[in-house]
Design a protein around this ligand. Structure first.
Ligand code: CTP
Length: 422
């Protein structure tokens, strides 16, 4: 059980914070809720109090009956300073929804309410989930405030794109689903069910860009969503996760170390440096197979024509697995078109020295690339398992379950070998 401090600021999405509080409580966390005055205009403290079983904190001058303790914890003998105590006791502080006004205050270090003072005093992992009208979100001021918060190590959970509260409006600004918010929160929480504690996982995601001239490149349609879902899922299991992100515009989860790269050569170099210390490699990125043999130093002009010569890039996965050690588990991904995919995946499994290939049929346009869903077949040396269409988050968990099973299988056969050897 972790101690979760949930800050709720004023916005229509505050109603979703009720569900988040419920999910976090059901998951076994002790939850305290801090509300701004504006939040109280959208949802009532009584609802939160009923859900989490503890009084809501509204003002830094109000007496907290629990003396800064979380549900299930003993209260201190003395009467501590409320905003300091609750901030010191929490394992993570998430503000959801974070309004434009609250973000501006947090970025400027305001200390004018229970929410802002406790946020300022909190040294546990802090996350904000902005939710507002899309134009307010896109405004230079809000973006600058978010950039400031990110620079200070505060994780920003990007809002979703979709229908907004004001009639007929559509855009980026929706508070993500409470299930996803809880996932992001749990990824930074200590303790809990962390079967992968101590495991180092290297994930590659996105598609490389191979320059042609200073403004043009050869690229592919990989969005990085599958790799990101794997990074989140591995972090939730307690792994120490490094994400090599090739041109991924999506935000990496809090608690995941992210290294950005652009070309396949850069991806290869970073992967070679990171791989030796990783226990698990999840090679979800789509590195280019070809790049321009020569990159023009100035922008090519349309009327000069273009005769592009390509040369193959290195096979990063094959190179890494050639240098693998016994206790490393390697997962490759194969985007295949139409029939014969399983045979080609099997061939890649041995050619690339992987333990598992996640086969993705890219002939179905409703899944893969930009989509939030996927359907895959897990191909290893002895089996092929179709995984029906599901969200990339769910698919990521199925892949990690298989990785865990492969590792467990190898460890028990190693144990059997040592016992049978004289
Ligand atoms: N891969 C890699 N380096 C490359 C290309 C691909 O490491 N230059 C990795 C991908 O990250 C993926 C796996 O290899 O995990 C399979 O990628 P895929 O593009 O299907 O394989 P290719 O070797 O490109 O095979 P082909 O083009 O023949 O399908």
């Amino acid at each position: 059980m972790a101690r979760v401090l949930l800050g709720v600021s004023g916005g229509i999405a505050a109603y979703k914070a009720l569900e988040l509080a419920r999910l976090a409580t059901v998951a076994g966390h002790g939850v305290r809720v801090v509300m701004t005055e504006a939040a109280g205009r959208f949802v009532g403290a009584a609802s939160f109090e009923g859900i989490v079983g503890a009084p809501v904190l509204k003002s830094e001058f109000e007496h907290d009956p629990l003396r800064g303790a979380f549900p299930g914890d003993p209260q201190p003998q003395h009467d501590p300073i409320g905003h300091l105590e609750v901030a010191a006791n929490c394992d993570a502080y998430l503000i959801a929804p974070a309004s434009a006004n609250t973000l501006a205050k947090l970025a400027s270090g305001f200390a004018d309410s229970m929410l802002t003072t406790s946020f300022l005093a909190c040294t546990a992992p802090r996350l904000v989930a902005p939710a507002m009208n899309d134009r307010m979100y896109a405004s230079a001021a809000t973006q600058a405030n978010l950039a400031t918060l990110k620079e200070r190590g505060i994780a920003v959970i990007e809002p979703d794109e979709g229908r907004l509260a004001s009639r007929g409006e559509f855009g980026r600004g929706r508070l993500p689903d409470p299930v996803r918010l809880l996932e992001r929160l749990e990824a930074v929480l200590p303790g809990g069910d962390r079967p992968w504690d101590g495991l180092r996982v290297l994930v590659t995601a996105g598609g490389t860009r191979e320059p042609i001239d200073p403004v043009r490149f050869l690229g592919n349609r990989s969005s990085g969503r599958m790799g990101l879902a794997l990074a989140v899922a591995a972090a939730r299991r307690g792994a120490d996760v490094t994400l090599i992100a090739a041109n991924v515009t999506l935000q990496a989860p809090a608690g995941v170390r992210r290294i950005d790269v652009e070309t396949s050569a850069q991806l290869a170099e970073v992967a070679r440096a990171q791989f030796p210390s990783a226990h698990v490699l999840l090679m979800a990125a789509a590195p280019a197979d070809f790049r321009a043999a020569e990159v023009a130093s100035a922008k090519l002009r349309r009327y000069d024509g273009l005769d592009l010569h390509l040369e193959p890039t290195e096979d990063i996965l094959a190179g890494l697995s050639a240098a693998r050690s016994e206790d490393q588990t390697i997962v490759g991904f194969a985007a295949e078109h139409g029939e014969g995919g399983v045979e080609r995946a099997k061939e890649k499994l041995s050619r690339k020295g992987a333990d598992l290939i996640v086969l993705n049929d890219v002939s179905d346009p409703s899944i893969g690339f930009e989509s939030a869903d996927n359907a895959v077949t897990l191909v290893d040396s002895s089996s092929e398992t179709p995984v029906p269409r599901a969200s990339k988050d769910e698919i990521a968990d199925v892949i990690l379950d298989r990785v865990a099973a492969l590792r467990e299988g190898r460890q028990s056969s190693q144990r059997a070998d040592t016992q049978s050897s004289p």
